[in-house]
Each structure stands twice: as structure tokens, then as C-alpha cells.
Design a protein around this ligand. Structure first.
Ligand code: GLV
Length: 309
């Protein structure tokens, strides 16, 4: 029985000894070395090889080394194979930091001051304090809920929207399509942390933007395909949206001729909001494999195929 890792050399360097000492009977292979492919029961990967199941016929579990699983072609992975997302404290912490930074940047008109500085303009804008700013998080799962909590702790007037209802202290939680409009109507800074599924593809579009208060601001730290770029550009022109911070684009890297690069109302970061941290993610992975080997099958990080995340 073996575990196969197809990821970065840094992760392999830390995870292999960790697994070897905790689970000496489980062979740990680092791609492209696979050992006997029939022995591979566990695969940790970002993008699986295309001939996955013919190559590893006895595969039982695929672990995503990141939070998302939208990079997997689910139709090519048989039902009996369990898919597990990465839920680990380091990745969550990174996302909390990023969204706090992006929210504070928008809250304090950071993009305007950067643009003004380039033109040597000394001009103050009226300040709001955090309690006067309403931040709405779309996607209240393992990333969205801690992000909402951190924003609330920093004084923001925070609400969340998700498919099913969550409860987070000091955060107004909305759920389901019927509560989306009410959520949007009270959101000055909209943060997208949704998983990318058929239902959420292109969700950041004109019809949604029009339901936000005029001058609302956008943060997308989820996936580029959530956003319809021409709709955002049009909304920036009309003033319905006043600024956006985008960590993700479609495609990535963002093509050098994209109009998003040069718009002073847009700040681009190159998909760095957060990623699995080697130490903490390795421990979570090991713990999950140990529990799986002990017979456990219900993990909160297990992907529900019907929902796509
Ligand atoms: C990064 O985008 C991830 O899914 O971990």
C-alpha cells in the first residue's frame, strides 16, 4: 500500500519524513517516482495526471493540496474514489490576513491615494470608520467564516451569504438564493470566497453588481471564473462599482494586454492570497490518512460530489 505525492519539492522534503516516521508501513512516493502503481491508494496532488485511474487502478483517496477542487475533472474520477479538500490552519490564516489587508485598503481609499500619488495630488477624502463600513462575504465555509469573524473583530459591520446557513458570532448570516438580494443591498465591500461550481461560475456579473449600493467595492480571492470582466469594467465606468482588488483571474497568469492591469481602480495580486503551509498542511494530511486507515470515512473536508465542493 502506498501514498503518492505530486507537488512541490519543498512539500516532499517535509512530508516524506513526516509520513515515514508516523506510518512506516505506508510507502511514500514522490512523483514522478510512483513505485508499483497498483499499490497506490492515496494521491495528494494539485492537478492529477490525465490517465489517473488506468494508471492507479486501486486508488481510494485523492487529496487536493489546495483549498479548491475545481481543478479536478470530477467526471473522470469514479464515485468510489474519495476526494478531500485541504482544510488546514495555515491556509485559513493566510486568507484572513489577505482579506483584512484588502478590506482595509479599500476601506481607507488605498487605490485612490496610490493613483493620486502618481499624479502628485494632495487631496484628502472623507474618512469612514470600520463600524460604518458594511463588508459582505460570499461563501461562509472554512475560509469565509474565519474571515468574517476577523473582520467583525476589527470593527467592521459584517455579514455573510452562503448556500446553507452558518452561524458566526457578530456576523449577520444570510443563506440561499432568496436571501441574496437583502445581503447585497447592505454590502459596501463584497468579498468573494465561494467555491467555483456550475452554480457560482460568472456570479460576479452586472445583475449582481446592480444590487449593491452605488460605489460598492469588490474583493475576489476565490477564482477568476467567478467574475465577468466586461461587466466589472462597465460597472466601474458607470460608478456603480468604485474599486476592485482581484487576486485571481481567468486565465492565470493574467494576459499582459488585459485592460485590468492599467485601470487605477483595480489592484491585481498574482493569486497569492493564501496557500497551504507546508508544516500545518502536512500534519493535517497525515492525520487524515491515519484516521482513514483506522476506518473513518466521514471527513468535513470530504467533497460532496452533488455540490461540487
Ligand atoms: C488556492 O487557490 C487553493 O485552492 O488553495
Amino acid at each position: 500500500m502506498s501514498f503518492l505525492l505530486k507537488s512541490t519539492p519543498e512539500r516532499a522534503e517535509v512530508w516524506k519524513p513526516l509520513f515515514n516516521s508516523a506510518l512506516p508501513d505506508l510507502a511514500f512516493h514522490v512523483w514522478p517516482e510512483t513505485g508499483d502503481p497498483k499499490e497506490v491508494r492515496f494521491l495528494a496532488v494539485w492537478e492529477p495526471p490525465s490517465d489517473l485511474l488506468t494508471r492507479f487502478p486501486n486508488l481510494e483517496v485523492i487529496f487536493s493540496v489546495g483549498a479548491g477542487v475545481d481543478q479536478f475533472d470530477m467526471s473522470a474520477i469514479p464515485e468510489h474514489v474519495t476526494i478531500i479538500r485541504m482544510i488546514e490552519p495555515g491556509l485559513t490564516e493566510g486568507m484572513v490576513d489577505y482579506v483584512l489587508w484588502a478590506t482595509l485598503t479599500l476601506h481607507r481609499d488605498g487605490l485612490t491615494y496610490i493613483a493620486q500619488q502618481k499624479q502628485h495630488i494632495w487631496k484628502a477624502r472623507p474618512n469612514l470608520v470600520a463600524t460604518q463600513r458594511r463588508v459582505g462575504i460570499m461563501g461562509m465555509g472554512t475560509l469565509g467564516a474565519p474571515v468574517a469573524q476577523a473582520l467583525a473583530l476589527n470593527g467592521f459591520n459584517c455579514s455573510g451569504w452562503s448556500r446553507s446557513r452558518h452561524t458566526v458570532p457578530d456576523v449577520t448570516c444570510h443563506a440561499g438564493p432568496e436571501e441574496l438580494d437583502a445581503f447585497l443591498a447592505t454590502t459596501d465591500i463584497l468579498v468573494c470566497l465561494l467555491p467555483l461550481t456550475e452554480a457560482t461560475h460568472g456570479i460576479l456579473n452586472t445583475s449582481l453588481f446592480e444590487k449593491l449600493p452605488k460605489g460598492a467595492q469588490i474583493i475576489n480571492a476565490a477564482r477568476g471564473a467567478h467574475l465577468v470582466v466586461p461587466d466589472l469594467l462597465e460597472m466601474l465606468e458607470s460608478g456603480q462599482i468604485s474599486a476592485a482588488i482581484l487576486d485571481v483571474t481567468d486565465p492565470e497568469p493574467l494576459p499582459t494586454d488585459s485592460p485590468l492591469w492599467d485601470d487605477p481602480r483595480i489592484l491585481i495580486t498574482p493569486h497569492i492570497a493564501s496557500s497551504s503551509q507546508t508544516e500545518t498542511a502536512g500534519r493535517v494530511l497525515l492525520d487524515t490518512v491515519q484516521r482513514y486507515l483506522a476506518g473513518e470515512r466521514d471527513f468535513p473536508s470530504k467533497v460532496d460530489r452533488s455540490k461540487g465542493y
